[in-house]
Design a protein around this ligand. Sequence first.
Ligand code: KIV
Ligand code: ZN
Length: 512
Amino acid sequence: MADKLIIFDTTLRDGEQSPGASMTRDAKLRIARQLERLRVDVIEAGFAASSNGDFEAIQLIANTIKDSTVCSLSRANDRDISRAAEALKGANSARIHTFIATSPLHMEKKLRMTPDQVFEQAKQSVKFARNLVGDIEFSPEDGYRSDVDFLCRVLEAVIAEGATTINVPDTVGYAVPELYGNFIKTLRERIPNSDKAIWSVHCHNDLGMAVANSLAGVKIGGARQVECTINGLGERAGNCSLEEVVMAVKTRKDYFGLEMGIDTTHILAASRMVSQTTGFLVQPNKAVVGANAFAHASGIHQDGVLKARDTYEIMRAEDVGWTANKIVLGKLSGRNAFKQRLQELGIQLESESDINAAFSRFKELADRKSEIFDEDILALVSDESITHEKEQYGFVSLSQHSETGERPHASIVFTVDGKEVKGESDGNGPVDASLKSIESHVKSGAEMILYSVNAISGSTESQGEVTVRLQSGGRVVNGIGADPDIVVASAKAYLSALNRLHSKADSVAAQG
Ligand code: KIV
Ligand code: ZN
């Protein structure tokens, strides 16, 4: 059999740990479906014991996804592991991923445990998990900063207890490629039963080297699983980016000599879905999925590409899902065409009434905007009022006045628990006045730490997609709103952020 590289996607778990990136159950299912379409081998769907919401999302994904293994993270204790196994019950193929920190710093300061206690707990947990599920992954958290002798001792023991995958996290993004690759190599060489497990790499991007480190772990270390996220989403500087690692292995097959099961033509759609769901925009010069990734501005380059594409292009844009913006639907499109496009985009709305609600939003949009692109449809169905997320606040209407030399003024009507209320305010600009008019009524006191506008499909005719990030009481949330009118999009984004701020999502940090 060809030497295969397993792609383990953790967008829904490690990616979601990024402040403000928390996703609803329905959004997670939508992304999981896209990951299945992408043919990722393993989907880490969440951390079952962290909250009821995460448990339910994992359960839903486990019951729905057929072609990828569905995995839940779990701390190394019986309660977490049982909860993970319970959530995964309906899966065709299930994996429990259990972890405990092994670095001196984490053991002493965070866990307040001795190395012997950590050793015993790791061993017992894998033994316990193995009785519930056959496919067990073990991670020594902060593995790269752990003492190599101690790590060898722990990993040998957990493999003996039945761990089938050993993942070596560079939890804090401290590694450099050559050293990390050699670290994996050393572990595999020194641990007598290392060949009984698949070795995996999990790199964070604090020094911008997550992809390079992961690839070194594969090439030098012999790892055969890479843990990664769409768009490199993740805490701090993020995780290893799936699209970059996959396209590196594919484009440089001459060097890596590895097979993967990934259908790369779904990469761009996955990237857009994750960015639209979380509000974490993709920088234009991002490799593979950035808007400029295949754009040639210089005359010499354009000329070269027209003559022979491989003069300046090492990948084909269409291989990762880039096509010219397609007008998919318009004003005259009917409900069936709309429903079919939703299916093609992997969007499954729960009921006929959800489809009707989405279709009527589509019609409203098509009245104002003649060309409707896939991005518009994705933005439309991310709208919380369609996807049945509980919403305390809902947008109704907005009027604002701005004129050179005058202070802008806005007045807004929105719903609070279904009841219409009105707010009014001046502001530095029309957006500022609109958001202040909401705040004049809500009085959330939240601090805005990010405001950004993006044209969904490129031109000024496109919808504006606004992300608002609010911070309050130690929580950070993102709200997203889309509309051809960017002031309205801003108001929708602000209300969406308030909805998230006020939702009672309880969660335990995976690395806590
Ligand atoms: O970065 C890390 O150490 C992790 C583990 C929980 C696998 O995400
Ligand atoms: Zn991580």
